[in-house]
Ligand binder design. Structure first.
Ligand code: ADP
Ligand code: MG
Ligand code: MG
Length: 251
């Protein structure tokens, strides 16, 4: 499981505390949603877990299967089974989508002591997964995310996730900027990956994604803390009443 304890994070450049003691346990087999107002630290949490520069952990820990994630390089965290689907997927001009995927998959297999996929096996796998996400072969040939629409970028994130078969998937506002059809495709892609050996942390600003990806637990984050946790009904409460009541209750 993913086990985060008392995690405190500040910006490296300024004296600004962003995460103020996060406790979170996500067992394999479960989907946990994190909701919360803009600026509450949701993306920061996902960045710190995946190893982005610019943040300093001042207290606390984050472990995947008992292994301390915070000591690892980003690629080592990925090899350990962590995956982050970005809120804002990055364009990588000059790097073909297919090349990117194949390099990532094989680097990960190598780090795990597994054999590389043959070109044929890789192609078969990527084509099958791309098809279910309605990603056409043209998109596989283009540079990573360059000129992709918002929805195509998000579907491409899910394709990466499907190919890398991570143990713990973090999705940061994968629904933002998606129309209803794209959201369905993305959700189906995620649901197809659900299983007893995999956990999900789904970060979302709105409840609507959780109609498609049914969470086991919902956490509300505000001002760098998890202020309330509950079942799926908590997301509906937010949808009806907004965050104000919940955050006010705690304050
Ligand atoms: P959320 O994803 O919940 O909207 P973020 O994690 O993006 O929140 O941001 C949390 C807070 O930290 C915000 O006040 C944001 O402005 C601030 N923050 C995050 N990263 C930086 C940064 N690199 N420089 C300055 N402020 C930052
Ligand atoms: Mg935000
Ligand atoms: Mg964010």
């Amino acid at each position: 499981m993913l086990k985060i304890e008392n995690l405190h994070v500040k910006l490296e450049e300024e004296d600004k505390q962003i995460l103020k003691g996060i406790d979170l346990h996500v067992p394999y087999g479960e989907v946990h949603a994190i909701m919360g107002p803009n600026g509450s630290g949701k993306s920061t949490l996902s960045y710190v877990l995946s190893g982005r520069d610019g943040y300093e952990v001042t207290e606390g820990s984050a472990q995947l299967e008992g292994e301390d994630l915070l000591d690892l390089e980003p690629e080592e965290r990925a090899a350990a089974g962590l995956f982050l689907a970005f809120q804002y997927p990055v364009e990588i001009p000059g790097v073909g989508n297919m090349t990117f995927l194949r390099t990532a998959v094989n680097a990960q297999r190598k780090a795990r002591g597994e054999e590389e996929l043959s070109a044929g096996d890789f192609l078969k796998a990527v084509r099958a997964k791309a098809k279910t996400l309605k990603i056409d072969s043209e998109m596989l040939k283009r540079p990573v995310n360059v000129g992709f629409s918002g929805g195509e970028k998000k579907r491409n994130e899910i394709l990466q996730m499907a190919m890398l078969e991570p143990k713990m998937c973090i999705l940061d506002e994968t629904d933002s900027g998606l129309d209803v059809d794209a959201m369905k495709l993305v959700s189906e892609g995620v649901n197809a990956l659900r299983g007893p050996d995999r956990g999900f942390l789904v970060i979302t600003h709105y409840q609507r994604l959780l109609d498609h990806i049914k969470p086991d637990v919902v956490h509300i984050m505000a001002n760098g803390r998890i202020v309330k946790s509950g079942g799926p009904e908590l997301a509906l409460e937010v949808e009806t009443n907004g965050y104000g009541d919940i955050i006010g209750e705690v304050a």
